[in-house]
Design a protein around this ligand. Structure first.
Ligand code: ATP
Ligand code: MG
Length: 757
């Protein structure tokens, strides 16, 4: 048979070709971002098929996300054209394990039509077990047990394998409850997410015949993003590859960002031990980014210890420097990014126009998305959120909004139904049915129906007391909706706190809970831009209504975690401030582990950009309802001055802040003692603590940090929202002001000006 042409090999450099053409035996491709690891992996699949080494279903290719699997399928399909029938096994660990487990379910006591539980189902089940074993749920929240079990499954520990050292977990009952939970799942013919891998590992370990069947079947195994595999995934791979040993893993230790979910970067380092004689290929040429972007990313990641260490180079043309810009606050940052995206779409600063599809905003924490989504909806900029729901569609946000809606309109039955038993008030299905019937009989809304039911003593026990509290709360909050004495932000906070909703998430020990609390804070913050609660609710219902899926180009918004493996011509990286990025948690931690993972995230972020990378930070953010001045991220310190251009958008900032940062960058460029010299730090922190732009009516002296104390008690001041007033007291940068029309309020000094009259 004549050899088939191999045009796809011509697109590869010699190192990539070596990785692609070394078909037999283990291969590890260890290389930095954008060096063509995924491209090589894809070409390898094509080469295996093209050379007739394997039929499609003898190839197993594991990707980290479903999106990555789809992309790989498309690329393989395109490279192969019509020549090969069928497709290889391509998908995430979970997707592949579901397929396998359906075939062998009976070996672990399941039927092949087992159901996969979602988080809510899983939690409900655990709650039942916790309750039945007389554990104090308040002290030992079931969610904590869920997190614990998940982490054990990530380590491939069945109940029998949980080591003795873990015996004290969850009030000494963790292992026992884990065992009960697994039994209950079997009775229900159900699995949770972690089980998909765990069961397959168990089956492979205890059924040699099944294992060797698949070892023979999958002649070639390929794994992308290998640095983020956890122990269970690693064991599964090692078992499967034990036959032919034709396993090709690609990864980058500098991009390991899932340590918090049990990923072990050590798996990469162990590869050569597990697979003796492995061919290790290193790639150093980067094809994605311009030299400035690459140089900046390399400089940041150099701050980590214990790296394998890789140098990257590129032949790409010089291109733009990284752009750095400081903003007054998060809303201003969002406004600027929106404007800049539209400007880049038109073509600005001598750059060719960028399509919306080619631009992405990558945030550290999902609550950061809110400001961008609000802004984009306001200006009609099409966007999509990748890897999660949009802000106003999130569970906790819809719950909180339902509380606000019911306070504003007591007849909102949908809102009532959503929250009557969230948090749990002992008002389950039966109680709710009674409320429904009473309301229907009297022709009144559910809230009034509940009131009548209580009066008729139609409900008893714990539920009755809780229902009374709920109704009283709603009446009280409703009465405060337009109160002159309470801002609608304070009211919103009060509703969430007094209803027990905030507490519900505070007691929640799952990894998602802190993010949900952040989102709730962000929601309260969003209210600030509106006159009152009604105005805000209208805004949200309007934008949600406008949200019919439209085709066409869109800007992408996602977390840094979701951006792994992707690339975009233009990338925006907002919120580079200490405490946000790196996260406060990583900064509080002893040891370097958390901070190093954050730095790898920074590296992932910068290396997503092909041509333009814009980093921004805000000088002020509202934290716990209070304005707080922010320091630029320590990672900004690590950017080489020669690769950075500081932007000062005309009109917005009056030159004050941008000039300050520019001068610090210039200083850094000329300083022999490098970038973390005390002078640079000092200038930077001073720059960040001063307001960068001001409402038009603000006097110009506010730009000086010292101006905060420039107000005196008794002085007349002006605020855009509350109007004129007189200073009653001064507390740091906050002033207590008696406003002529709006009463006494606390206001941050920078939002006040001296009236010109
Ligand atoms: P990451 O670590 O971010 O996942 P990666 O190493 O997987 O990156 P790829 O996504 O495979 O990198 O490749 C990055 C870009 O470089 C892609 O646009 C790819 O098409 C291009 N590329 C890769 N190899 C070559 C090559 N030999 N010649 C030209 N372009 C290439
Ligand atoms: Mg890749």
């Amino acid at each position: 048979m004549a050899a088939r042409p191999t045009p796809y090999l011509d697109d590869l450099n010699p190192a990539q070709r070596e990785a692609v053409e070394t078909l037999d035996g283990p291969v590890l491709m260890l290389a930095g971002a954008g060096t063509g690891k995924t491209k090589a992996l894809t070409s390898r699949i094509v080469h295996l098929l093209n050379t007739g080494r394997a039929r499609p279903n003898e190839i197993l290719s594991v990707t980290f996300t479903n999106k990555a699997a789809r992309e790989m399928k498309t690329r393989v399909g395109r490279m192969l054209g019509e020549t090969v029938e069928g497709m290889p096994w391509m998908g995430t660990f979970h997707a592949i394990c579901v397929k396998l487990l359906r075939r062998h379910a009976e070996l672990v006591g399941l039927k092949s039509n087992f159901t996969i539980l979602d988080m809510d189902d899983q939690l409900r089940l655990l709650k039942q077990l916790v309750r039945a074993s007389n554990i104090d749920e308040k002290r030992w929240p079931p969610r904590q047990l869920a997190g614990l079990i998940d982490s054990w499954k990530n380590r491939a520990w069945t109940p029998a394998h949980v080591p003795a050292a873990e015996a004290s977990a969850y009030n000494n009952r963790g292992t026992e409850l884990y065992d009960q939970y697994q039994r209950r799942l079997l009775e229900l013919n159900a699995v949770d997410f972690g089980d998909l891998l765990l069961h397959m590992v168990t089956i492979f370990q205890s059924h040699d015949d099944v294992l060797s069947q698949y070892q023979r079947w999958f002649k070639y195994i390929l794994v992308d993003e290998y640095q983020d595999t956890n122990v269970a995934q690693y064991l599964w791979l090692r078992l499967l590859a034990g036959g032919h040993k034709n396993i090709c893993c690609v990864g980058d230790d500098d991009q390991s960002i899932y340590g918090w979910r049990g990923a072990e970067v050590g798996n990469i380092l162990r590869f050569e031990k597990d697979f003796p004689g492995a061919k290790v290929v290193r790639l150093e040429q980067n094809y994605r980014s311009t030299p400035h972007i690459l140089s900046a990313a390399s400089a940041v990641i150099r701050g980590n210890e214990g790296r394998l260490g890789k140098e990257l180079w590129t032949e790409a043309e010089e291109g733009e420097k990284l752009r750095l810009i400081g903003h007054w606050d998060g809303d201003e940052e969002a406004r600027w990014v929106g404007d800049e995206i539209e400007a880049m779409q038109r073509g600005t600063r001598g750059m060719a126009p960028f399509g919306l599809d080619t631009m992405a905003i990558l945030v550290r924490a999902s609550h950061q998305m809110r400001a961008f989504e609000d802004r984009f909806l306001t200006i009609g900029l099409p966007y999509r959120v990748i890897g999660g729901p949009r802000f106003y569609e999130r569970l906790e946000i819809r719950d909180a909004m339902a509380y606000f809606r019911l306070a504003v309109s007591p007849a909102d039955d949908l809102a009532f139904e959503r929250i009557i038993n969230t948090p749990k008030r002992g008002l389950g299905d039966k109680a709710q049915q009674k409320i429904q019937m009473t309301a229907r009989d009297h022709g009144v809304p559910l809230l009034d129906g509940a009131r009548i039911l209580l009066q008729q003593a139609g409900i008893s026990g714990k539920g009755a007391g809780q229902l009374r509290l709920f109704i009283e709360g709603m009446d009280r909050w409703g009465g405060l909706v337009n109160s002159p004495d309470l801002s609608h932000m304070d009211l919103a906070g009060m509703i969430l706190d007094e209803s027990g909703y905030t507490e519900m998430w505070q007691n929640d020990k799952t990894p998602e809970a802190p993010g949900r609390l952040e989102n709730l804070k962000e929601l309260v913050k969003a209210l600030e831009n509106f006159e009152n609660l009604q105005g805000f609710l209208e805004h949200v219902s309007l934008i949600m209504d406008n949200e019919k899926e439209t085709d066409g180009e869109k800007v992408s918004v996602m977390t840094l975690h979701a951006a792994k493996g992707l690339e975009f011509p233009a990338v925006f990286l907002p919120g580079w401030e200490d405490g946000l990025f790196p996260s406060q948690r990583s900064m509080d931690e002893t040891g370097r582990k958390g901070l190093e993972e954050e730095r790898r995230l920074a590296y992932v972020g910068i290396t997503r950009a092909e041509q333009v990378c814009t980093i921004s930070f805000a000088g002020n953010r509202r934290v716990f309802g209070q304005w707080q001045s922010q320091l630029p991220s320590r990672f900004i310190d690590e950017l080489p001055a020669k690769d950075v251009e500081v932007l000062t958008p005309p009109g917005l900032y009056g030159g004050g802040f941008g000039a300050a940062v520019q001068s610090t960058v210039d200083v850094r460029a000329s300083e022999a003692d490098g970038y973390d010299s005390p002078g640079w730090k000092r200038m930077q922190s001073r720059a960040s603590s001063r307001p960068m732009s001001q409402p038009r009516e603000t006097r110009s002296s506010v730009i000086d940090a010292e101006a905060i104390s420039a107000f005196a008690i008794g002085e007349r001041v002006f605020n855009q929202k509350y109007g004129y007033g007189e200073v009653l007291g001064i507390e740091g940068n906050k002033l207590e002001v008696a406003f002529d029309k709006s009463g006494i309020k606390k206001v941050v000094a920078s939002f006040l000006s001296t009236p010109d009259d």
